[in-house]
Design a protein around this ligand. Sequence first.
Ligand SMILES: [Zn+2]
Length: 156
Amino acid sequence: MLLVNLRHLEAHEIHLEGELAAAKLDFGLRDETLRAERPLRYDLTVEKMDDALLVTGSLRMILDCQCVRCLKSFEQRLVLEDWKCHVPLAGEEKVSVNNDCVDLTPFVREDMLLEFPSHPLCKPDCVGLKKGQAPKTDGKGVVTSAAWTELDKLKL
Ligand SMILES: [Zn+2]
């Protein structure tokens, strides 16, 4: 877990740097075209505000993807260079504090997920497989990706 000890923040900001195992992030992906199995690297500064924590820094991770058009495997590098996160310590949205510690993992998970490609492509203009080899599509030329279809349903 990515824990911040609030006591350590009383006097000055703290710097967190290291790796977070993908298993700890538990993205809940059930999609063959996208796997997040490598550790996430973080380099963060945490400051205590009046009733919140301000977290700034970078998050990096490499995804193992499969192109939805040509089915080629490729790596996709995700980098959030100027990540900012506001972690409320008061009010309705406040985070839970255990033994003076706040877990930043859910915030990292949420913002990384937003960066995941919904339809991974090995290159933006990938032409896909030759005729006769085309994978199943949803009629619009986009290969249906199970996990994202499920997500889309949730939004409705
Ligand atoms: Zn491709």
